[in-house]
Write a protein that binds this ligand. Sequence first.
Ligand SMILES: C[S@@+](CC[C@H](N)C(=O)[O-])C[C@H]1O[C@@H](n2cnc3c(N)ncnc32)[C@H](O)[C@@H]1O
Length: 316
Amino acid sequence: MTLSEKYNKIYHMDCLKGMRELLDDKEVDVVVTSPPYNLGIEYNTYNDNLPREKYLKWIEEVGKEIKRVLKDDGSFFLNIGYSNRDPWIALDVAFRLRKHFVLQNVIHWIKSIAIQKEDVGIYPNVRGDIAVGHYKPVNSDRYLSIMHEYIFHFTKKGDVKLDKLAIGVPYQDKSNIKRWKSAKMGLRDRGNVWFIPYETIKSREKQRPHPATFPVKLVELCIKLHGLNRTKLVLDPFMGLGSTAIASIRLGVNFIGFEIDEYYIKIAENRIKQELGKAHRSKGDKLTIASTREINKTRTLTDYLSAYYSISEKTR
Ligand SMILES: C[S@@+](CC[C@H](N)C(=O)[O-])C[C@H]1O[C@@H](n2cnc3c(N)ncnc32)[C@H](O)[C@@H]1O
């Protein structure tokens, strides 16, 4: 199978089988994924209620396989949440993977935050109290609503150089720019707290019929942080509705993914079609695609994807 036949697809397959059958050792630059959390979440087919030890063993198997396919200087971003009843699950997973990876960074994905003016001081941009983002409010007198999830950044040796300013944020106080050499671009390190709200949707059933997606922007930040120039292939073993595929298309990098649920793959493919429909020629080698209708009518999605990506067979 050539790379253009293999890449930029979501395979309807168990991810362990998929990685073993389709991916060579050290083929992948970046893994961004969110596995089932074993919190009894209602997926279309997957049973998210395994005995804990069985679940952790399985996650470890997946982790081992990810290590095999990951380049030595690759990055593995594992997004995982938890519940108030089971706050340890995310940490238990990280602890299992500790046997195989170095935890290079712990990133906190913040879904919603409240900032009070009185705590901010003299920041002209903050004019009053603000509360932004979306979260599921908890109905309890002992638990707080959970507004964050983890993104564990695992690497093989803990020494992967990152492109921090690719996701840098502008300095508020521009006088810092003169003071520090690294501030040359007017940007500073974003740090490990990332506020990424879910997109506002009107109908969950129609627009996001999946109980546990992550925002496309989360994936974009991970890939850019690893370094866009040295990312040839992004893997998501648990593709869900295809957020990793959409982010990869936006950034012009190849992806490969696995998902056991056919219904989710269908929706992911529709999202990809819409994304390609929106794509505009940004570089000389990129294809401009007029509309989703055109994709449906004339050529298959695979045709369009392989035209969108001009893959050199010498990628590796
Ligand atoms: C947390 S969701 C991922 C959602 C995805 N990040 C998104 O934004 O849409 C986990 C997904 O893993 C899928 N899944 C569960 N077991 C799997 C397996 N063995 N191989 C591949 N996919 C699996 C589930 O069907 C579910 O869609």
